[in-house]
Design a protein around this ligand. Structure first.
Ligand code: AMP
Length: 583
């Protein structure tokens, strides 16, 4: 029997656990329901509670309850829970741990490994934080995949017809859009864009602001500094917002909101739609950007798939229909589809064959800081090495040169972002290469970026003349306040289990992959095909051109037949030939 690898959608509002059993995807009920609120709390006895139990006490005990922690992932902050403080990773680990324990109860077997989804637009730090949360929950996180990609994978699973689709994922805290092509069962993401701070929570905040304004105007009482009342308003207005998806008007009445006056408010769907129009416009800008990146126009999009609870808002349908001229639809429950895709990815990693293969991309550009001359002045710029929307895993090198005679060291950094100004891109990490040879300025230094399937980056700098090299895995935990061992002790002291939070994989920076997976083979094949075709357009000798065409053909046949051994062979030969001819 192959390894059990579950899929987890760790959502802002709700989380879902799914698994494939005997070739079928199954969503596991947690506390009797398919989705579990991503809420963590302490009950009156100080005991940890997770899910519905925590959500139910939100109004009564806001200081002992944490919601929407996903929006804080990757930040160096501590959040209060009772009289102690926890990192976002620790809070998220409680959610994951609950899913693990409940899942094990339902399945009657241990759950040790998981694929966890994150918004495509999560940066390196946020991904790493998610991985740590998994480890703290006692899970080996075998892969982090993008939410819209997981959705596309669930949709493309077992399909034979080819199509281009747009996955629009608007949840509680984040927005993502991906352009995805399904071709012969291979799900390929062409481009992704999004905003990690845009979702239903923001819509709720706008409603809360309106209620606070109306209350002040009517009763002369300012509620804006009272966190307990704001929390109560948010819960009530979130419910009202959901009703507005089905009703043209909704009335809200909260008795003795400030202890004296009642809140009475009516909201029409039209008013609400106007309120959120600017935020929705932002999502349309992201769609435009991702279609531009994928070099597509609206008529190329065959299907628009909706994912995430906030896509139930009717105006979302209308806007997308208007702009893309395609009727958007849900073909799979939008609350569950992401976890289902993650479960499929888990099954693929575990070695099951009957599913689509996924080719994912990086939604961000990765580059390094260098000096360039502009208008006669030297200035620092960010040189892209792996451009956004490159298929993963990606491996690219660029050459840079020393600036001074006898320069004996060079500082190398890695940044993520689209700006040419280094300070506008986020720093992932940096290191120093010392002991360079004493040669005149202009000595080449090759910088190599390796971005793995989880979106984690390994950087190598090599002095070309001597081969002197330094490799650093950019582990954002090195820069952070979070001490993982300390976090484990923290968790253990709350839940009273000394083994809690001990991950099953001891070496956290070790590569998960040992041999090339189908995804890696496909990504290499794609890259090699592109380079081979570029060589053909440059004009080669007849024999070389013939050989390249044959190898590209062999590679395409191997992909069609899912023959990974043959694809590996074709890749190796094509790689040697391309390398030789490019030189
Ligand atoms: P997700 O992160 O995908 O679980 O989505 C959660 C978000 O969807 C929350 O902000 C919910 O308020 C919102 N949501 C759920 N149901 C509805 C609905 N019927 N209409 C509008 N928003 C909804």
């Amino acid at each position: 029997m192959s390894d059990l690898i579950v899929g987890i959608d760790l959502g802002t509002t709700n989380s879902v656990l799914a698994v494939t059993l005997e070739g079928r995807i199954k969503v596991i009920d947690i506390h009797g329901q398919p989705t579990m609120p991503s809420c963590v709390g302490l009950d009156s006895a100080g005991k940890l509670i997770v899910g519905n139990a925590a959500r139910n006490q939100l109004i009564a005990a806001p200081d002992a309850t944490v919601v929407s922690i996903k929006r804080k992932m990757g930040e160096e902050i501590r959040v209060k829970l009772g009289d102690k403080e926890y990192s976002p990773e620790e809070i998220s680990s409680f959610i994951l741990r609950e899913l693990k324990i409940e899942g094990e109860r339902q399945l009657g077997q241990p759950i040790k490994k998981a694929v966890i989804t994150v918004p495509a637009f999560f940066n390196e730090r946020q991904r790493k934080a998610t991985q740590i949360a998994g480890e703290l929950a006692g899970l080996e996180v075998v892969r982090i995949i993008n939410e819209p990609t997981a959705a596309a994978l669930a949709y493309g699973a077992g399909r034979t017809s080819d199509e281009t689709m747009l996955v629009y994922d608007l949840g509680g805290g984040t927005f993502d859009v991906s352009v995805v092509v399904v071709e012969q069962g291979v799900v390929e993401v062409k481009a992704s864009h999004g905003d990690t701070h845009l979702g239903g929570d923001d819509f709720d905040d706008l409603l809360v602001q309106r209620a606070v304004r109306e209350f002040r105007e009517k009763h002369g009482v300012d509620l804006s500094a009272n966190s307990a009342i704001l929390c109560r308003l948010k819960v009530v207005l979130e419910r009202a917002k959901c009703h507005l998806s089905d009703e043209p008007f909704v009335s809200v009445r909260e008795e003795y909101l400030d202890g004296q006056h009642h809140l009475e408010m009516e909201i029409s769907r039209a008013e609400y739609e106007e309120m959120i129009a600017l935020l929705l416009e932002k999502t349309l800008t992201c769609i435009h950007q991702s279609m531009q990146d994928a070099r597509l126009i609206p008529k190329d999009i065959g299907k628009v798939m909706l994912v995430g609870g906030s896509t139930r808002t009717p105006i979302v349908h209308r806007l997308l229909h208007e702009r893309l001229q395609v009727e958007p639809r849900w073909e799979i429950n939008p609350d569950l589809i992401v976890a289902m895709g993650a479960a499929i990815q888990g099954a693929i990693i575990a070695g099951e064959k009957n599913y689509s293969i996924l080719v994912d991309i990086t939604p961000h550009t990765f580059g390094t800081t260098t000096v360039a001359v502009r208008d006669g002045f030297e200035r620092l710029v960010c040189a892209p090495i792996i451009p956004r929307n490159t298929p993963l895993p990606a491996s690219k090198s660029e050459v840079f040169f020393t600036m001074y005679d006898n320069q004996d060291e060079v500082k190398v950094d890695a940044r993520q972002g689209e700006s040419f100004l280094p300070e506008e891109n986020s720093l992932i990490g940096d290191f120093l290469v010392e002991g360079l040879s004493p040669v005149p300025a202009g000595s080449p230094i090759i910088i190599h970026f390796d971005l793995d399937l989880n979106g984690m980056l390994k950087v190598t700098a090599t002095e070309k003349h001597t081969g002197l090299a330094k490799t650093v895995t950019m582990d954002t935990r090195g820069n952070r306040a979070l001490d993982v061992d300390e976090a484990r002790r923290n968790i253990a002291s709350l839940i009273g289990d000394p083994a809690a939070g001990v991950a099953t994989n001891g070496d956290e920076t070790a590569d998960v992959e040992t041999e090339e997976s189908p995804e890696e083979l496909l990504a290499s094949a794609k890259d090699l095909r592109k380079r081979g075709e570029a060589l053909l357009t440059k004009g080669l000798g007849a024999d070389d051109a013939e050989e390249i065409r044959k190898l590209i053909h062999d590679s395409a046949e191997a992909i069609k037949n899912r023959d990974w051994a043959a694809l590996g062979g074709a890749n190796d030969t094509l790689s040697d030939l391309v390398f030789y001819l490019e030189d």
